[in-house]
Design a protein around this ligand. Structure first.
Ligand code: SF4
Length: 436
């Protein structure tokens, strides 16, 4: 249907969006289209979008603005996918008159038809589906040759007051365990060594056929011989159980690494965020994890300047960060998102205070990372080499803690596991030498 057409996909946002883009590309390739690395000579330009923060939407709007001239010169079909598509729907078509299609995450299976010459009409296709929709793809084209994402669930039922995800991805839908297992098996046969299981709230995963949860799924994937590392994200602290911590600790293939978004260290703020756990609950889970896996690497998300956040609340967040000693944090200034409950709260933390808090938090975390990374000097670590680094003649990969390791090697390497001696690094990455 799309024989010979060239397409380009620009992806904004999280790993789920990256994985969605891989699926969309695979669908179009299956129809005879060709993927390009730049938009210049393409008949179809797809933009996979993120709505989680105001800044990401602003970035998208500026990108779309730049495509106006491209549309005038080349007449390419311009398509907006993802969370912004689902959130703004027809409004995007009015804001950007040169945009052709707006397609929500539940409708990607329609793309080959929507993009075909016989269809050709401006439209916003953003219907929800009730259950999991398996895309009709023979084989997914992956960015990496050794590490693959598998989406296991989509949507969220938690309705944190700041979060737009339940409105862009809908209620939770779970992919059948048998389909996940089959995809993992095929990946293993093609040489993949690491699987990352994805979803907005993976700890609430339930196989629609048997009711088996994430711990059971991890066990099944661990049984596939060639797969050596398994990771999963994102975990909501409320749904992260002791059983899950035990499942991680007892499987030699599940990496001792966990992203557990705390968002705030203050109970007052957590309650206003509707997170359904307290600071004490969260820290108790951290202490299980550390006692079961003393080498665990933890990362988190933190929002500063949430409505009503006082100096004392913020200090509690800093204290929590000091106590947990995260390997990495993703920190943001609060911005109200459409349709969320918090959008009706008084956004009463002045912009300059939000900036000051963000700078202070990031400075404190940088000191922690410098200390944590400094302690790794001289260690020999197992690293999954992914390819050449952008910096110089180095290779790049990730260690079990999911930290970036840039390293030299005396022999030529192909993607795969390699032992690396850590010889340096800063707060955000490590430097090493391959042990030949
Ligand atoms: S659990 Fe995560 S995805 Fe769900 S509403 Fe809360 S922040 Fe959003």
């Amino acid at each position: 249907m799309l024989e010979g057409k060239k397409f380009f996909i620009q992806t904004f946002g999280c790993q789920m969006n990256l994985n969605d883009s891989e699926h969309v590309a695979s669908l179009l390739l299956q129809e005879g289209a060709h993927q390009a690395d730049t938009p210049e000579k393409c008949e179809i330009i797809l933009i996979n979008t993120c709505a989680v923060r105001e800044k990401s939407v602003e970035k998208l709007f500026s990108y779309l603005g730049r495509l106006k001239e491209h549309k005038a010169n080349r007449g390419s079909i311009i398509v907006c996918l993802g969370c912004v598509a689902q959130l703004y729907r027809e409004k995007l078509l009015s804001k950007f008159p040169y945009l052709d299609l707006v397609v929500g995450p539940a409708q990607y299976q329609e793309l080959p038809l929507l993009l075909s010459d016989s269809f050709r009409q401006r439209a916003a296709i953003t219907r929800w589906t009730k259950g999991w929709v398996e895309l009709p793809i023979m084989a997914v084209v992956r960015e990496s040759q050794v590490s693959a994402y598998i989406t296991i669930m989509e949507g969220c039922n938690n309705f944190c007051t700041f979060c737009v995800v339940p409105f862009t991805r809908g209620r939770e839908k779970y992919r059948p365990l048998s389909a996940i297992q089959e995809e993992a098996r095929q990946l293993a046969e093609s040489g993949f060594l690491e699987i990352q299981l994805l979803g907005q709230n993976v700890n609430s995963y339930r196989d629609p056929e048997s009711g088996a949860g994430l711990a059971e799924l991890l066990k099944k994937i661990s049984e596939i011989n060639q797969i050596q590392w398994i990771r999963f994200l994102t975990s909501h602290p409320r749904n992260f159980s002791f059983e899950m911590a035990l499942a991680m600790a007892s499987s030699p293939k599940v990496c001792h690494q966990l992203h557990l978004p705390v968002q705030s260290g203050s109970n007052q703020v957590l309650a206003r965020m509707n997170r359904n756990y307290s600071r004490e609950d969260y820290l108790e889970k951290i202490s299980w994890l550390k006692s079961l896996m003393p080498d665990i690497s933890l990362s988190t998300d933190i929002i500063v300047g949430f409505p009503g956040e006082t100096d004392d609340d913020f200090q509690q967040t800093l204290e929590l960060v000091d106590q947990v000693q995260y390997t990495n944090i993703f920190s943001f200034r609060y911005s109200p998102r459409p349709l969320t409950r918090a959008a009706s709260f008084k956004d009463d933390v002045p912009a300059e205070v939000k900036i000051e808090r963000l700078i202070e938090l990031q400075k404190r975390q940088k000191e922690i990372q410098l200390k944590v990374n400094g302690e790794m000097l001289g260690q020999k670590q197992k690293v999954l080499a992914l390819g050449q680094s952008k910096k110089g003649n180095l290779y790049t990969g990730r260690n079990e803690a999911y930290q970036v390791v840039n390293f030299s090697s005396r022999r030529e390497l192909t993607p795969g596991f390699v032992e690396v001696k850590i010889v340096g690094g800063g707060a955000y990455s490590l430097k090493g030498e391959a042990v030949c």
